[in-house]
Structures are given as C-alpha cells and as structure tokens.
Write a protein that binds this ligand. Structure first.
Ligand SMILES: *Cc1c(COP(=O)(O)O)cnc(C)c1O
Length: 860
C-alpha cells in the first residue's frame, strides 16, 4: 500500500537535552568533529545506521536511552560546552570583522548574495551533482569561518540528484528517492503572522509560487526555493523536482525561479528578519543570471530610472564566475522561449533589451540562441574563471564579446578554487596537527599545515595506514551492498572480505563522467594495467567512482567498461568501482588514498578540487597539468602526466590517449611504486613522507577555501561594493555613468590617432636609450578627460605583432583647433632585440574596471 500523504513528526527532546536540537539545526556540525562525536555518543549504532544524520538520529532514539542521557551529568556538561562553542562561533568577531575595520577605504560590503543552482554541504542535504555544488558549499562554509556576511540562494530539489547503482551487467541505474524537507535541517521562512512566505513569478500560463526553506550553514543562511505547493498547477509543482533534469523549458523555468525568484526571496528574508540587503550579487556559473534582469526591473519599477541606468547600477555590484571551458556545458535557450517567459516574468523591462543581453551577436554566434554565459558577462562588471589556466582559456573563448582587444585584455580575471579543510581533512590528521601545535579554532586553520609538516615520520605513516584501513573497510561494505543489488548470492561474495589491502599503494580516481575526464584512460592497455595491479613485489590498487549524467549513454558505457574490467576474478581484489559517488563516499576516500589520479583532456578541467582534498589528506597528485595543478604543481607535490595536446595530434584522439596512458603507466611503474615501497627498517618510506610534508607546508595554505574566499572579498566583492556605493552616493551616479557611456559610444567614430612622431633614437637604438613619442589625436565630440592615450610597446614577432606588450599612458601637452590634441610620453629600451610600438586611444572613467569594458578602441 502507498500512502497518499507523508510528513515527518519532529521529536520532542527531553528537558535538559533541548540543545541537541539546536546543534542538529545548524549545519556547522557537518564540519565540527566534536559535535559529530557528541551525536555519535547519543547512540553509536543508530548514528551509523542513520548515515550520520543528526535530525534522523534524534527522531529515532529510544525513550530508555533518552532517560539514560538525561541522567548523565558528563553528557550534559559536554552538551553545554558544545552549545556555548556554537554560540561563540556564531556571534564572535572573526577575520572579516577585524579586516573590514582595518580597511582604510571601508568598502567591505555589509552583505553579499551568492547564487548557485546546487549546494553540496553534507550528504544529509543532497542538493548537488558534483564539483560546482561542492565548491558552492565550501564557499559558504569558508565564508562562515571567516565571518564574511554572505547569504546563499538556491533551489530545493525534492529528489536532489540521482542515486547511482549498477545492474548485473554493470549498467548504471538511477533512482530518485524523495526528500521530505520536514525531516531535514531546514526551516520554513514565515511571515510575522506565522504564515509561510510565498514568492511568486508570473509565467505565460499561470503564476508560479514557491516557499523558501532556510538552512543554517554556520553563520550563513542558505535560502532554497521550493515549488512543490498545492496552489501551483501540477506541472509547476515539478519545477524544483530534480537537479539538471527535464527539457529545455523546464530548465528555463528553474533558472527563472533561481534568478528572479531568488532576488524576491532575498527581499522577503531581509524584510522579515531585518538582515541587511545584499550590496554585492555573486552568480556561481550562468544559471542564476536572470537575477540581474530582476534587479533592473526592481529599479525601473521603483520609478524614474531607465533600463540603461538600472543596468549600470546592477552591473557595478554583480560578480559572475564562469566554470567551464566546455561549450556544451553552457546553458543556451531558444530565443523565442526566453522572449515568451521574460516578457511576462519581468514586465517592466522591454523584452528586446533582455534578449540583447544574451544574444550571440559576435562572429560564429547563433542568432536564434540566448546564451546565459554571455548574459552573465554583460550583467556583471566583474567576471572570473576558476584557475589561472581557465582564466586564460575563458578570455580566448569569450574574446568575441570584446573583438577589438587581444585575449590578454579581455576583462575576465581568475581566482583559483579552494576546499574547506575542516570538512575534508580526516579528524585523525587534524588531531595530529593539533598535537604539533596547530590551532583548530583558528579562522582558517593557518597553523595546521606547517604543524603537520613537523609531525614525526612514523606518526604520519601510522595515521596514513589507519586511513587506508578505514577506506578498505568502507569499500568492502559498499562492494557487498552493490553486489547484493546486482543480484549476487552471499556464497559468491566471499572474495569481498579480501578485496583491497591496507598495505598496498592506493590510487584514487573519482569524478563525474563526461568524456573529457576520460574515466577509462587507465584501461588503454589492459595487460599493462593488470601487470601493475598484480606486481608481486610492488602492487598497486585502484579505487574508482563516478556518476554519468542520466542522459549520457556514452558515459554509462565507459562505466560499464570499467566495471567489467574490475569484475574479473584475477584483479577484483585490486581494482574496485564504488557506486554512488557523493560526499559520504568522498569523505573516507580522499584520506585513504596515497595517490590521486586525474587525467582530463587538457584544458577542459576548469580547476578540479578533488586533488586538493587529497593533498590536504597526505595524498600526492598524479595528474595532467590542467586546472589548479597546472598552476601549483611542484615536483615535491606529485607527478605531472605529460599532455600530448600538440596540434599535430588534434585530429587523432586515439593516438593522444595512447601516448598519455603510456606515460601514466611508466610513471607508476618506474617512479611512484618504487618510492612508495622504498621503506626503512620501521616500514616507513622516508622519501615519500618527505613529499607529504612538503605538500602540507607549501601547497596546504594555497588550496584552502578560506584563501579563495579572502581573494573574492579583496579582489571582487569589496571593489564591487565600492563602485556600487560610488554610483549611489550622488543619487545620479548610475545615470551619469550610463549617459557617459552612451555619449562615448556615439562619439567614438570621431576619435582618431592622426599622426605619431618618434623623437630621440633613430635606427641606432641600443639598450638604455629612450624614445619619446608625440601622438596627435582628434577627439570629435569627446574631450581629453574621456580618454586615455597609450603607447603600447614591447617585443614584436616576425609578423610585427606585439607579444605581451607593456602600456605607458601618454600625457596631454597641447590642444589645437578642431578638438585635436598632442599627447607625449617616453619609454626606456630595456631589452635588446626586435622592438615595436603603437598608439591607441581608450575611453576612461574612474568607475570602469577594465579598459576593454566598453569594447571600443582607436589605433594609430
Ligand atoms: C570534490 C568533489 C567533487 C569535485 O571534484 P573534481 O576534482 O572537481 O572533479 C565532486 N564530487 C564530490 C563528492 C566531491 O567531494
């Protein structure tokens, strides 16, 4: 029988233990080991049985056990202490408060809104599919640790992302268990009257309504919109059914809800709680981009603001982060569908102007398409990629939006991702760091990494073995469960008790399975892989996990290929595929591995973060030089797999895979395994442990999400808030900037470099000499204050193209009739060899971020 309705009855905790409910209601427990230990102590067996879910645990404790705990003074003391610790964490001054007070400019925002289609915070709240969501979760957690006043905005998916299992013949199966928000650490946003707050958006057929769930991520509120309400038509109730499911129209509705509905939810939250209105809006990937359109609508509807002015106000305070160099990873909607929806959803903004924001009106663009990333760049004054290499690739990929500029000047910067150490570092390693003087209560655990690097080699190695052992136990449990579902009889499964070995060199590989990540590269030469796994003296074992998108048949075939290999009797004790890669699998996986393998097709991995988590847990990376590894690789941190991405192999992906796989096997055979097994009399591999120490000391502090969030604050949030305040200060700032831009664009055809005169050296230039340049420039309807005239100079190649040139601004020295002017400047010739220069004119305004922002330039 199926129930027609379901709900969850919340437990009533005994007097004196009510604080357990408070600890369970704030997700800080998910990265606070002492709180987890307290929950485990409530009922250790049940804690494991409920998958370390405090809310479920509290609902299932027996009355006798409650009675015992209520009488346990020691337990009461621990509970009181942890509750006090949470209060002080939530209310105390942290890095942000101290640093903001010390900032002379004082532009640190009072509040930042962070929009993302997914958030991976804990396995208990499965609202993520992979890296993007985990990053968003780590961003909020690190912001909380640092005291950054941020709010998250996302959707509450009734089925989250799918759970993966395998059929007998190794085909991926998907299931979508339903989540009941009443059984999760969420509370409903309510009006002062007690009624649930409702957010509404007009759509072509009917109004779409949503409730707002609030999760407390430490100090950070996370608002999640949910459309599963009785007042919605049936198909609208399904808008938030699944993450990345459904057809194009379904996705457009989800993104409208996230962007437009998200801003409305924030407004309601501030109105009800008195929280400050966000000064900066950060969109994590293009999916939430409609937030910028909604903010334009708000300003236009409030009166006497036109769209151009509202756009300037909105842009100044918006940050857009792009996450993928894979064109298929970018959301593009049919233009007519966007037109149909936006004309009703944000009626104050003329729909042609919305359509123009997402138009691919550049060379090679598709006129029938609305591109969310393109809109993201146009609605945000500040944009970034997620590693240096990805910044470079993104500038090239989106150069078409700024065609007059070289790639290096495309206004997309980069901030490299990081990971939240308290979530990802095994408690045993944190304890080891603390024993060496690392301070676990520090805002960003800054002292941990140097402390770990000081730990005695034997201690490090003993801990690593423990972590390997724990992974082996978890893997065996998961294998048994998986084979159970695959229909194996218990008698067939005796081998699982011997699967994997806590003393064997363990290599991990876990990620989503799009083709560029090349799950099966390791199978390129099966005989060679087998030889590595079964080497009698220096064996290797592999733990593999990953989900293919439900619609990706190719990805499922790769999983099948891998699982079939791993199923073979001769190797199954040395290579395992663990289904359902998620946070709960990831947590013991990273610490249990000695080597973390990543072999994407360069440069498609925008950043990658799993290798960072491995590094913090005493793992060495073995990876193609892509994403973060390209930026921070050092020989002491692991091994680069040489990438065979030469143009000569561009049409021959098979050959490229052959070469890269061969390099991978060689590295394992000749360098990695010999070093791992080169142990001293105590069984400790000295050289290996040295590498772990270097990794902790030198790489540890870089890969932290706290470093990343501080970079966002200093490089993007505070400057964005500064610009937004400058625009708001006079009440006319945004209108003036919009007028100025319109005037500059209209007058730009009159801007010309008429004549350039070199002075000083002639053909006899030598190192140390100077050249002086006089540039005569006509400005038409513009004035000298509207422009900067620059001398662009440096090395030239055989075609006279300037290579990574320098820029020297020229100064106005004389004006003539007809709005003509002379600008002068000098450069010293610092280097021998071919040298060249040119002169260009760019618009300039104190509130522009980059010279390329308007896209216009005039050259000599
Ligand atoms: C860290 C993590 C990811 C992202 O890892 P990448 O290296 O970016 O692929 C995906 N899923 C889970 C469960 C993770 O913990």
């Amino acid at each position: 029988m199926r129930a027609i309705r379901r709900f969850t009855v919340r437990p009533v905790l005994p007097d004196g233990l009510a604080a357990l409910g408070e600890l369970a209601a704030n997700l800080r427990w998910s990265w606070h080991a002492p709180t987890q230990e307290l929950f485990a102590a409530v009922d250790p067996e049940r804690w494991d049985a409920v998958g370390h879910d405090p809310v479920r645990l509290l609902g299932e404790v027996s009355p006798q056990r409650w009675a015992e705990l209520a009488a346990d003074e020691q337990f009461a003391a621990r509970l009181a202490q942890l509750r006090a610790d949470l209060t002080s964490y939530l209310t105390g001054e942290r890095w942000y408060q101290r640093a903001a007070a010390a900032d002379p400019e004082g532009t640190w925002p009072r509040s930042v809104a962070y929009f993302s289609p997914e958030f991976g915070i804990t396995a208990v709240l499965p609202q993520y599919s992979g890296g993007l969501g985990i990053l968003a979760g780590d961003h909020l957690k690190a912001a909380s640790d640092l005291g950054v006043p941020i709010l998250g905005v996302g959707l509450f998916y009734r089925h989250g992302y799918f759970k993966q299992s395998l059929s007998r013949d190794a085909w991926q199966l998907e299931s979508y268990p339903v989540l009941d928000p009443d059984g999760l650490p969420l509370s409903l946003l309510r009006e002062p009257s007690g009624e649930a707050t409702t957010i509404s958006i007009r759509l072509p057929e009917a109004e779409l309504h949503a409730h707002v769930w609030v999760a407390s991520v430490g100090r950070v509120p996370l608002l999640l919109l949910d459309t599963d309400l009785e007042e919605n038509p049936e198909h609208y109730r399904m808008v938030t059914d699944r993450l990345y499911g459904g057809n194009t129209e379904h996705r457009l509705r989800q993104e409208l809800l996230l962007g437009v509905g998200g801003v409305r939810a924030l407004r309601a939250y501030s109105r009800i709680t008195g929280a400050p209105e966000p000064e900066v809006f950060h969109t994590n990937e293009g999916h939430a981009g409609f937030l910028g359109v909604e903010r334009i609508r708000e300003l236009v509807d409030a009166g006497d603001t036109d769209v151009a002015t509202a756009l300037e106000a909105g842009r100044a305070s918006t940050v857009f982060t792009t996450h993928t160099p894979v064109p298929a990873g970018i959301d593009r909607f049919p233009r007519h569908l966007v037109e149909q929806h936006l004309s009703v959803a944000v009626p104050g903004v003329p729909v042609e102007q919305v359509l123009a924001l997402g138009a691919e009106d550049y060379e090679g663009g598709d006129p029938g398409v609305f591109n969310m990333a393109v809109m993201g760049f146009r609605l945000a004054q500040r944009a970034n990629g997620v590693s240096q290499l990805h910044g470079h690739v993104s500038r090239g990929m989106f150069n078409g939006l700024w065609p007059a500029f070289d790639e290096a000047e495309v206004p997309i910067t980069s901030i490299t991702n990081g990971v939240h150490a308290p979530t990802w570092v095994a408690p045993e390693l944190s304890a080891l760091a603390a024993a060496q003087g690392g301070d676990p209560d520090d805002d960003d655990h800054a002292s941990f990494w140097a402390a770990l690097a000081q730990a005695p080699a034997q201690e490090v190695w003993r801990t690593k073995r423990l972590l390997r052992e724990r992974l082996v136990a978890d893997a065996r449990r998961r294998l048994r469960e998986s084979w159970d579902k695959r229909g194996a009889a218990p008698a067939e499964l005796g081998w699982i008790a011997e699967a994997l070995d806590p003393d064997v060199l363990t290599i991990g590989f876990a990620r989503r399975v799009p083709s560029y990540k090349r799950l099966t590269l390791m199978l390129r030469d099966p005989a060679r892989l087998k030889a590595l796994l079964l080497d009698p003296a220096r064996p290797v074992q592999l733990v593999v996990a990953g989900k293919a998108h439900p619609a990706d048949e190719g990805g499922k075939r790769l999983i099948q290929e891998l699982v079939r290999f791993a199923d073979a009797e001769d190797v199954r004790h040395r290579i395992v595929f663990l289904p359902d890669y998620d946070i709960s699998l990831a947590l013991p996986l990273y610490p249990g591995c000695d080597v973390w393998l990543n072999n994407p097709l360069r440069p498609y991995e925008a950043c990658g973060t799993s290798g960072m988590k491995a590094a913090l847990n005493g793992g060495l990376n073995l990876s193609i030089l892509d994403g973060w590894w390209d930026e921070w690789y050092e020989p002491e941190f692991g091994w680069p797999i040489p990438s065979a991405e030469s143009p000569a192999l561009a049409g021959d992906p098979d050959r490229r895979d052959d070469l890269e796989a061969a390099a991978l096997y060689d590295l394992i055979e000749t360098e990695i395994a010999p070093r791992f097994y080169d142990t001293d009399a105590d069984g400790v591999p000295g050289r290996w442990v040295e590498m772990l120490r270097h990794t902790w000391a030198a790489l540890g502090p870089k890969v932290l999400a706290t470093r990343m969030v501080r970079d966002y604050v200093a490089q993007l949030y505070a400057p964005a808030a500064g610009n937004a305040r400058a625009l708001a200060a006079t009440g006319r700032g945004a209108a003036e900037l919009a007028d100025w831009k319109a005037r500059v664009r209209a007058g730009w055809s009159g801007v010309r470099v008429e004549h350039v005169e070199p002075h000083g050296v002639g053909d006899a230039a030598e190192v140390g000499s100077e050249i002086e340049v006089h540039a005569y420039v006509a400005l038409g309807d513009l004035s000298p204050a509207d422009v900067e005239v620059q001398l662009v100079h440096g090395r030239v190649d055989a075609e006279d193209a300037l290579v990574a040139p320098s820029v020297t601004p020229l100064t106005l020295v004389e004006s003539y009739d007809g709005n003509r002017h002379r600008f002068d400047g000098t450069v010293a010739l610092a280097r021998s060899g071919p040298f060249g220069y040119t002169v260009r004119v760019l618009p300039t305004h104190p509130l522009l971020v980059a010279p390329a922002e308007l896209g216009v330039v005039a050259f000599a």
